[in-house]
Design a protein around this ligand. Sequence first.
Ligand code: URA
Length: 422
Amino acid sequence: HDAVEVITAKRDRGELSDSQIDWVIDAYTRGEVADEQMAALAMAILLNGMVPREIARWTAAMIASGERMDFSGLSRPTADKHSTGGVGDKITLPLAPLVAACGVAVPQLSGRGLGHTGGTLDKLESIPGWRASLTNAEMLAQLEDVGAVICAAGDGLAPADKKLYALRDVTGTVEAIPLIASSIMSKKIAEGTGALVLDVKVGTGAFMKDEARARELAETMVALGQDAGVRTVALLTDMSTPLGLTAGNAIEVAESVEVLAGGGPADVVELTVALAREMLAGAGVTDVDPAERLADGSAMDAWNAMVRAQGGDPEAPLPQAKESHVVRADASGTLTRLDAMAVGLAAWRLGAGRARKEDPVQAGAGVVWHARPGDEVTQGEPLFTLLTDEPERFERALSTLEDGYDIDDAASYTPAPLVIDR
Ligand code: URA
């Protein structure tokens, strides 16, 4: 094979053969296929699509580009969760220790944030001492001892995807469903989890703005997981409104700890418990109620053990932003809309996220909202608190938030379900 042959086949709407796919992924990983050639192929795939057989083979080839982890020797079953990314989406933080407290091990490989959605590792790194990098041996030991690990994926896992994802990011080819599905699932299958729940977000703050595309992505990923022997289900969940009451890093850790203490915002608790039930069912554990493990403190014990195992001090005070700015309600009434994208962009502009991969994030930065859609607000009362170390960031964050919410009469508010479908 050669690169031009594969590119032109897809350009002309052909189906790629198994051997073309195996060859192009392997040759790209080795540097024999150049970035500009892979970029052309990615664009042809974005425009012309792939049939299920091609997507499955593409995923398998990306898995084969690196190592596969194996947790089959653990004394308990494994389950993991992947979210396609949202605003205020700290669910992994309470979820992993909660599921561990129910007897299922959680090998969660996570990423850092880019753009308006936060990254789980960025949030956890606000805990003094906590480290994201573990060796495979450390990961295995922690899964056996504590039952939950949230860490960075090592370089050995799906290296073809690392290279390709970075290329797609700068060539306008992220949004192709075959490429998104194979990217996510290659990493989750290579990670070796026995069961997987996908939290596919839909709404203004999500990757997929419309439900039909989110559904197609969910169905594509579930098929890939099932084919590879991973018990996979997907929930379609709302991301038109941000989750909880905080978007940032340390402030999302604090909110997660509230959930683990048996409190916290109702929507965060609802989604955490719903995803925990799916993970437990996928792992074959049906006799434990995760809500009880939040109430009885055992999920919090698992959190403390998980943080300590990775060098963190769960008792240490979390970093705080140097500056804050309060936005007050300009009218009385019902908060009828709070836009996830507006809140996510504001948090990002305050320094909670990064513009380029190598940028640092501010641990204390972010947005706190003091009301959720459906809540009554009173003119002059705090609606948002903006947090940053650099006060010159307030102005741009404020301009983003301005059009991000409505205060109206209660009749114009229609509550939307958080879990849209399974
Ligand atoms: N997340 C991934 O890991 N890959 C994608 O392609 C998109 C989101």
